[in-house]
Ligand binder design. Structure first.
Ligand code: DC
Length: 218
């Protein structure tokens, strides 16, 4: 990745419900950069694996799906193999199995290559996920690690996933965070040089002002 491209990359990592998507979208508008939700890519692989009824633990088969998958993420719309899957990738079955797929080293390698290409083609972008500052773009100009209390994170996911069973949502977040932090390949960590912001009590504007102020974006 060239230095000039690294200058225009904003890497945002953090656990589920920490505010990554909201902040990434707001930053991308503000800075006139495109936005990539890398979680959507892992979700898309999980969705197609379910649709094609492959054994979700079978890395070879899941990798074949990942390699063949046509994935397009533009303006928040997620198109998978020619179909708008924006809503489907947030379904409960996908959410339940996605961390299995995201723990597979070969699948991650394929996704990371695609993420780098996506950014290269656009000469920068706002990219959110779990390993963006640590693995995908370690030289990004701006690196942010977002957190929020467990209660706030569960509340946000309840809104996003239109679920009313709060204890189930909190439980699912906890399980997924454990899997994302505990896996051996590219676990969720605060990367070197990343600033940590707790968004529990912060508004969107306040958060993006803090990020842009710290990194003196111009
Ligand atoms: O952000 P999300 O909930 O849509 O992410 C879905 C899953 O993908 C979650 O289990 C974490 C995983 N993921 C990952 O391992 N690496 C990324 N860069 C993005 C998401």
């Amino acid at each position: 990745m060239s230095d000039s491209t690294n200058e225009k990359i904003i890497a945002i990592d953090g656990p589920a419900g920490s505010g990554k998507s909201t902040i990434a979208k707001a930053l991308s508008k503000r800075l006139n950069l495109e936005y990539l939700d890398t979680g959507a890519m892992y979700r898309a692989v999980a969705l197609v694996s379910i649709q094609q009824k492959v054994e979700i633990e079978d890395e070879k088969q899941v990798l074949a799906i990942a390699k063949e998958m046509n994935f397009n993420f533009e303006n928040g719309l997620c198109v998978v193999n020619g179909f708008d899957a924006t809503k489907e990738i947030r379904g409960s079955e996908v959410t339940r199995v996605v961390s299995v797929v995201a723990a597979m080293p070969t699948v991650r390698q394929e996704m990371v290559e695609r993420q780098r290409l996506w950014v290269e083609e656009r000469n920068g972008g706002v990219v959110e996920g779990r390993d963006i500052g640590s693995v995908v773009f370690p030289k990004a100009k701006v690196k942010v690690y977002l957190t929020a209390s467990e209660e706030v994170r569960a509340e946000r996911r309840i809104e996003q996933e239109e679920t009313i069973d709060a204890s189930k949502v909190a439980d699912s977040i906890r399980k997924r965070d454990e899997a994302d932090r505990g896996r051996s390949t590219s676990p969720l960590v605060r990367s070197e040089g990343a600033i940590e912001i707790d968004t529990s009590l912060m508004g969107v504007e306040e958060t993006i002002e803090e990020i842009l102020g710290i990194f003196k974006w111009n």
